[in-house]
Design a protein around this ligand. Structure first.
Ligand SMILES: [Zn+2]
Length: 78
């Protein structure tokens, strides 16, 4: 019996902002319609990778904000 392969079909969207422009803007606006009416879910972490699913309330686009570990601070005890 053949394995059933299901492909997630994403709606084709055209981003108006590149990833670099989005980061430069502080991640404050939808990369598709530039609306600031965007909502983040809770942050998810796996080791040094942290991400957050963001949804645009105006055009319905969803994307991931991706964070990287840059340093540590406030070291105490030992
Ligand atoms: Zn949007």
């Amino acid at each position: 019996m053949a394995k059933k392969i299901t492909k997630k079909i994403a709606a084709k969207v055209t981003a108006t902002m590149t990833s670099e422009e989005y980061v430069k803007d502080g991640g404050c606006a939808c990369p598709v319609c530039k609306s600031e009416n965007i909502m983040g879910e809770s942050l998810e972490a796996d080791g040094a990778n942290v991400w957050n699913t963001i949804t645009c309330e105006d055009c319905g686009a969803t994307w991931l904000d991706i964070y990287t570990l840059t340093s540590y601070d406030y070291l105490k005890g030992g």
